[in-house]
Design a protein around this ligand. Structure first.
Ligand code: SF4
Ligand code: SF4
Length: 277
């Protein structure tokens, strides 16, 4: 298996996974979405709320604010998530006129955790309205609730294989004009596949070609991944942590299989020496 990096910054990554299969690619994708843990507000205690929004709506809005957290903290905390809880508090009153409460108004005792942006609106207060609360952030995973999912986008597609039969191609340019992703061009009297990675495998070029000169299919051993972090964790950490979780799951599965096999052989009366062989 091989990985080729195409694009990377702190919140986005695009890479090609080669020499793999759909089951592995999909397991990796699903673990990134639903099993890499993050921190999110999980419980809110309202001490005063005279705003127009119900407590439940404000609690829901608070839960969906992505919290930036140290990856090393997550690496340690995922082994024992119930041990960790981070308290936020908010005490704000619109004394001098209407105001908007933003994520930046949330305070915490832990300097290593904070909202990814200070400008996410929570609620608007009219003059004299007040919001006082305590919120508790906990470790969780996206399979329990989407607020814990570390990614806003995580998808892959099969690597396109585009074959042109030059003996049939009349260079009419129809595929160039109709391809929605601008994959083709005609240069020096030749049809060129200039952007193969952009192809969505829609096969429209096959349909419009008057000479049946194009064949498009997906390579089910090579996958183009695009992953976007919500900002709580660096995207490279999300990918590598997902791979680590998948490895741990496979190891656990193999261990359980071994235990089941051992148990079965023992029940059949096979000696310890023979079982070892
Ligand atoms: S399959 Fe669709 S996206 Fe791909 S080259 Fe053909 S028309 Fe373009
Ligand atoms: S539509 Fe078919 S014949 Fe026309 S340029 Fe494309 S491949 Fe060639």
């Amino acid at each position: 298996m091989e990985v080729e990096l195409l694009k990377y910054d702190e919140t986005h990554v695009q890479f090609i996974l080669k020499g793999s299969n759909p089951a592995f690619a999909n397991s990796l994708r699903r673990i990134m979405i639903s099993e890499v843990p993050t921190l999110a507000i999980d419980e809110v205690v309202f001490l005063d709320n005279t705003s127009v929004l119900f407590d439940e709506i404000i609690a829901h809005r608070l839960a969906l604010i992505p919290l930036k957290v140290d990856p090393d903290f997550i690496r340690v905390a995922r082994k024992n998530p119930s041990k960790y809880e981070i308290r936020f508090y908010l005490d704000i009153e619109a004394k001098k006129g209407p105001l908007t409460v933003y994520s930046g108004d949330l305070k915490t005792d832990d300097p290593h955790v904070k909202p990814i942006s200070d400008s996410i609106p929570i609620v608007k207060l009219a003059t004299g309205q007040k919001l006082v609360l305590e919120a508790y952030a906990r470790i969780g995973v996206g399979r329990e609730h989407a607020k814990w999912s570390p990614v806003s986008a995580c998808a892959y597609k099969y690597m396109p294989i585009i074959k042109i039969n030059e003996s049939l191609c009349s260079l009419c340019g129809t595929c160039v004009a109709y391809c929605p992703r601008n994959v083709f061009s005609i240069e020096n009297n030749k049809l060129i596949v200039k952007n193969p990675l952009e192809c969505t495998l829609c096969k429209y070029c096959e349909v419009v070609c008057p000479n049946d000169a194009i064949r498009v299919k997906g390579d089910d051993t090579t996958f183009i991944f695009k992953v976007e972090s919500v900002g709580s964790l660096p995207v490279d950490f999300i990918v590598t942590e997902a791979a680590e979780i998948l490895k741990e799951k496979c190891e656990t599965f193999l261990k359980l299989l071994k235990e089941i096999k051992e148990k079965g052989l023992k029940e059949e009366g096979v000696s310890e020496e023979d079982r070892a062989n």
